[in-house]
Design a protein around this ligand. Structure first.
Ligand SMILES: C[S@@+](CC[C@H](N)C(=O)[O-])C[C@H]1O[C@@H](n2cnc3c(N)ncnc32)[C@H](O)[C@@H]1O
Length: 259
């Protein structure tokens, strides 16, 4: 086979170029295969639908995925009435946290929950993950505050959480799951990042309750969440309904087997 330079190049000068071109060809093939399989996976799991005003025109298990809240929504996330409206203190109290745990706040936004979690794991760590670089910039600013040195901001991906395998005790997504563009891939990736016995917590506005003053695509029913999470290696541990507007769902990855 002839690579760059063709037969007029001497054997010694042609060899590096030949290897380089071969490596390029292999890289291109791997990239094409990855793109193809991502596309194939997408085509199988997701369905294109006409986009509604708050949706992305992509359906998963009968639900249209909501648009991501832009970074300009950060002041709303930090609004002074939120503590009272959502009783985040009750949410944090409901979580099975130990002071030395590693927690992943996925879709951390401006860090409203991150700073409350960081106070509960003073000897542990909070990975504050978000896909928007502007949100990560806010998280970086937050992590410089006294008492928040256990916060590590992480720029995430739409389809994966870039955290080490089996490193996290508790992963929490507050008002995030409904806007994941690749929910199946994200749950796979979160499960991989959880330690055996680690927990996944989803907090979602109640889709069953028309009195919750949030747009329909940004709410979820328990039935829908259960449907979407079945088939993953997670056991449903509990549904907690103590909050005024949101469900708290806690799932657990199987503990390590005793030898
Ligand atoms: C409605 S905000 C909630 C923020 C925060 N959890 C809170 O309650 O204040 C949703 C956040 O999820 C982030 N997000 C969406 N998809 C994500 C993904 N695949 N990985 C990480 N973050 C994501 C968005 O950028 C946005 O900041």
């Amino acid at each position: 086979m002839r690579w760059i330079g063709g037969s007029t190049m001497s054997n010694t000068t042609a060899r590096p170029a030949r290897y380089f071109a071969r490596a390029l060809a292999i890289a291109a093939l791997v990239a094409a295969t990855a793109a193809l399989s991502a596309h194939a996976r997408d085509a199988g799991l997701y369905r294109a639908v006409p986009a509604s005003p708050d949706g992305i025109g992509k359906q998963y298990q009968g639900r249209e995925i909501a648009q991501v809240m832009g970074y300009d929504g950060a002041p709303w996330l930090d609004r002074p009435t939120r503590d009272r409206e959502e009783r985040t203190d009750w949410l944090v109290d409901s979580l099975p946290l130990d002071p030395a745990m590693t927690v992943a706040d996925i879709g951390a936004g401006s860090g409203y929950l991150t700073r409350r979690l960081a106070a509960r794991v003073p000897r542990g760590r909070v990975y504050a993950v978000d896909v928007q670089p502007e949100m990560v910039a806010l998280l970086e600013r937050l992590a410089r505050y006294p008492g928040l040195s256990n916060v590590t901001p992480v720029l995430g991906r739409e389809d994966a959480v870039p955290l080490p395998a089996a490193s996290v005790d508790l992963a929490i997504l507050v008002d995030v799951y409904h806007e994941l563009a690749y929910p199946a891939e994200m749950v796979d990736s979160i499960v991989a990042a959880l330690k055996p016995g680690g927990r996944l917590v989803l907090v979602e506005y109640r889709g069953e309750d028309p009195a919750v003053p949030i747009k329909a695509l940004h709410k979820m029913t328990e039935d829908q969440v259960r449907r979407e999470l079945q088939g993953f290696p997670l056991a449903w541990e509990k549904s907690d309904e103590r909050l005024p507007w949101q469900h708290i769902f806690i799932l657990r990855k199987a503990p390590a087997r005793a030898r």
